[in-house]
Design a protein around this ligand. Structure first.
Ligand SMILES: Cc1cc2nc3c(=O)[nH]c(=O)nc-3n(C[C@H](O)[C@H](O)[C@H](O)COP(=O)(O)OP(=O)(O)OC[C@H]3O[C@@H](n4cnc5c(N)ncnc54)[C@H](O)[C@@H]3O)c2cc1C
Length: 396
């Protein structure tokens, strides 16, 4: 009997996993015992981290995307369609085209969606860099502002212990902003205020979601005359007065409000009825070791869709993908899972426009911050401009 494996999502998680599954299961794939299909609702694959460079005029749309089909091994059947319904109990997908697909094994890597509309006034008056068009809008403002106040904030999901997308991005972009405005020669006339909410994952009153990094930030910010403030949880925004109002009762004026917005799972995941996440956020209940969907042994979840306490980052997908490939092969070949995810995430943080800081952490050990270096910056540049596409192809 042929086994049908379907991967949903043509982002970094889905693309690298589909490619790696072909390599892992090559004996079965080459004898047509296993067929691998990748379904995505976009003909393009976006290198999402580059959206933050878009906000500073350093990347343009055609540099940060590739046709999805060009990244897939020839053994993979690519279907351009949208999953409308995940029927996990029937092992079936309902598509917006009206088709249905049955699967023996499924990988869900459908990402998450920035949802500024979940905070009153934020959509109208705020800016963010988590998608291409909002990042371009932010760029137009940052490229022309001459004086005033840029107020930076971070919104966490309401689901306990689930982080926002790419934990380090608000700090990275604050440092990039400082340097960008210095290069424009307007930094002296612009106040930058970095804020963090009262509750960030398991911490309270910090400046970052992990303690060690939180503790080094004040010195870095002070050296660059960046103001910082703990305990600012955005409750609503008054677009007319240009004021951000916090749950803690503060009112802060801004000329630009650069806010990490609320996020949620995509509609099809949200409506699957399986999520137990708070606030209708839709994260799928994921076994923290095997990465199987709780209650459905033939379904794996990865990337931004999981309800795990680790960064919603490509650097998480990179460590999750081999676990999923090994476990699926284990189930097919010996009837059991064989690998465990330890929560590992690795990345190179962009510290200003040129420097970088390699970082890694897992379920048990936090990031140990090190001084940013130009070598780190070069590593990040190499990843942005080339290595990423090899990762997506499952080669690195
Ligand atoms: C500004 C920014 C900076 C970042 N910086 C970093 C960084 O420095 N390092 C790092 O590791 N990570 C970073 N990240 C995070 C990283 O980009 C994401 O964590 C990663 O893309 C998640 O991968 P994914 O496969 O889960 O989802 P995505 O990459 O979002 O892919 C989801 C895919 O699913 C498809 N899809 C969605 N719904 C459906 C459906 N119903 N049917 C079919 N297809 C569907 C989409 O079209 C898309 O192709 C950053 C993200 C942003 C936005």
């Amino acid at each position: 009997m042929v086994k049908n494996v379907i991967v949903v999502g043509g982002g970094i998680g889905g693309t690298m996993t589909a490619n790696s599954l072909v390599a892992k299961l090559y004996p079965e794939v080459s004898r047509d015992k296993v067929r691998i299909t990748l379904i995505s609702n976009s003909p393009w694959h976006y290198y999402k981290p580059a959206f933050m460079y878009v906000a500073f005029g350093a990347f343009y749309k055609n540099e940060l995307r590739r046709p999805q089909a060009s990244l897939l091994r020839p053994e993979i059947n690519f279907v351009l369609d949208e999953v409308e319904g995940f029927e996990f109990s029937a092992s079936r997908l309902r598509m917006s085209s009206g088709k249905t697909y049955d699967y023996d094994y499924l990988v869900v890597s459908t990402g998450c969606i920035p949802s500024p509309e979940r905070i009153a006034g934020l959509q109208e008056a705020g800016d963010h860099f988590y998608q291409h068009d909002p990042a371009m809008q932010l760029y137009r403002k940052l490229a022309t502002i001459e004086k005033g106040r840029i107020f930076i904030g971070v919104t966490f999901p309401k689901t306990p212990n689930v982080p926002h997308q790419c934990g380090i991005a608000p700090m990275e972009t604050t440092l990039m902003l400082d340097e960008f405005l210095r290069q424009r020669g307007v930094r002296n006339q612009i106040e930058i205020v970095y804020t963090y909410p009262t509750v960030s994952q398991l911490l309270r009153n910090c400046l970052f979601l992990q303690k060690d990094t939180s503790e080094v930030l004040p010195a870095i910010f002070e050296s660059k005359d960046i103001k910082y403030q703990r305990g600012f949880t955005l409750a609503r925004v008054d677009p007319e007065k240009q004021v951000a109002i916090s749950e803690e009762g503060q009112e802060e004026p801004f000329d630009i409000l650069m806010q990490t917005p609320p996020i949620r799972a995509v509609d099809a995941v949200l409506n699957s009825g399986v999520s137990q996440a708070s606030n209708n956020e839709g994260w799928l209940p994921t076994n923290r070791q095997s990465l199987q969907l709780e209650g459905f042994d033939n379904v794996f979840v990865m990337g931004d869709t999981v309800d795990l306490p680790i960064s919603k980052a490509g650097g998480s997908c990179h460590s999750q993908s081999p676990v999923i490939c090994n476990n699926m092969a284990g189930l097919m070949r010996i009837g059991k899972t064989v690998a465990e995810y330890d929560g590992k995430v690795q990345a190179v943080a962009q510290m200003g426009m040129e420097a970088g800081m390699p970082l890694w952490y897992d379920y048990d050990v936090d990031v140990k911050p090190t001084p940013p270096t130009k070598i780190g910056g070069l590593m990040r540049k190499g990843f942005n401009r080339g290595v990423y596409w090899s990762v997506a192809r499952g080669l690195v």
